[in-house]
Design a protein around this ligand. Structure first.
Ligand code: 1OR
Ligand code: 1OR
Length: 373
């Protein structure tokens, strides 16, 4: 240390921030031993530090993620990305890199048929009208892939967006394997949607076939609709406790899959005994859950904003257990169809099954009460 700096010791901002955060965490958790806790706290902080650590990255950025989720969430948008994509303030309406030309790649009947089949389940395309969908199909081009080919490298600028026709693809963030696509799905949308560097590396495990779309076409046709939808459902999906178990990236895929539906006061949304086609999240308003009893319907529950219903039949594979009606004015719902439910929320069924036990317990209690009357 030079004699000059030893005379005036400056406390770096970063040190202040880190110590403040540590103190807060310590006071909140109140562990028995400060040294043990500090070792654990700073080891964790070090392990979670992005490998491309930028010295100027502020703690504010890292804290922009809701603290409850920060723990559960792997470092998805760290490194070159600064914020959770969902929290991103980026406005696509103000960002115009549209050069007016739409690429058209002629295709044989066989190619077109394969492409149509591959994009059938692409949730991101759900909000497109027929004409936009045709533009998308025209603009996509085939890319053959060999085992171990790198399709995308983390940190690069985004060029194409890809839909998988075949092949297995592994996704890595900072060399950690975080996801695998097997013969279906899409990737490479994030960098194009949010105008940011690639969040992850995608490498082919086997040979395969991809359908690609260039950045300009993607942004012209898909950007605004997809972005709006993800933004629109952000608040709703963040407010559903069950979905806290999902990663941000999965919540965005869920947003792509949702379809808005409105019901007038008194309208029936679900009929007891029907086969199930999906579940609902309540965006606005309240619903009344009613069960058939003798010749009448009895209200068993009321649900409001941020709650969901219609999941039971999807989990139990049984008919609808109750009827559900819109009450008190217009009810706005976000509908998730069975197929998307299984794909995105499949592994949450354990959480959802807890409801089944509660429902069944209440049903038994109710039946017992009725027979005692
Ligand atoms: P991209 O344009 O950033 C890499 O290029 C692509 O990997 C990315 O778009 C996504 O399409 C894809 N988090 C971020 N990107 C992912 C993830 C992912 N999975 C696939 N990609 N997570 C995995 C969630 C199961 C979150 C990990 C913390
Ligand atoms: P579903 O797909 O069977 C009706 O369609 C939905 O009503 C059901 O999913 C649940 O989401 C919702 N028992 C059964 N279903 C209920 C109940 C319920 N409450 C809401 N639903 N009980 C009330 C628990 C507070 C038990 C009644 C005895």
């Amino acid at each position: 240390m030079s004699s000059e700096s030893s005379r005036r010791i400056q406390v770096p901002e970063k040190l202040k921030e880190v110590l403040l955060q540590f103190s807060i965490a310590f006071l909140v958790e109140q562990p028995p031993d400060v040294i043990d806790y500090a070792v654990e706290y700073f080891s964790k902080l070090q392990a979670e530090r992005p490998s491309v650590a930028t010295t100027e990255q502020s703690t504010d950025d890292q804290l922009s993620v809701n603290s409850q989720e920060a723990d559960a969430e792997p470092p998805v948008m760290q490194g070159t990305r600064r914020k959770s994509v969902f929290a991103e303030a980026y406005d696509p309406e103000a960002d115009d890199d549209d050069d007016g030309a739409t690429a058209v790649f002629p295709k044989t009947d066989d190619q077109r048929a394969r492409l149509v089949e591959s994009v059938k389940n692409v949730l991101l395309f759900r909000s497109l009208d027929k004409e936009q969908m045709n533009q998308v199909l025209d603009a996509m081009f085939e890319r053959k892939v060999q085992p171990l080919d790198y399709i995308i490298r983390q940190g690069d600028d985004g060029d194409n967006f890809y839909v998988i026709e075949s092949g297995i693809y592994k996704v890595y963030i900072d060399d950690n394997h975080i996801n695998t696509y097997t013969h279906t799905g899409l990737f490479g949308e994030l960098a194009l949607l949010y105008n940011m560097p690639r969040a992850a590396t995608v490498q082919a495990e086997t040979s395969g076939l991809l359908w690609a779309m260039d950045r300009q076409t993607f942004r012209r046709i898909l950007l605004k609709s997809a972005f709006r939808k993800r933004k629109m459902y952000e608040e709703l999906l963040n407010s559903v406790p069950m979905l806290k178990a999902l990663q941000n990236y999965e919540r965005m895929n869920l947003a792509d899959a949702l379809v808005s539906k409105s019901y007038e006061n008194g309208e029936r949304i679900i009929k007891q005994g029907d086969a199930a086609d999906g579940m609902y999240f309540i965006e606005e308003g309240t619903v009344s859950v009613r069960m058939d009893q003798d010749d009448a319907e009895v209200e068993i529950s009321q649900l409001g904003k941020g709650q969901y219903f219609g999941e039971l039949a999807l989990v139990t594979h049984r008919p609808r257990a109750a009827s559900v009606y819109a009450t008190g004015g217009i009810v706005k719902l976000a509908f998730l169809d069975t197929e998307a439910f299984e794909r995105i929320l499949g592994y949450l069924t354990d959480i959802l099954k807890r409801n089944v036990v509660i429902y069944e317990q209440m049903y038994t209690d109710m039946a017992r009460r009725n027979t005692n009357l």
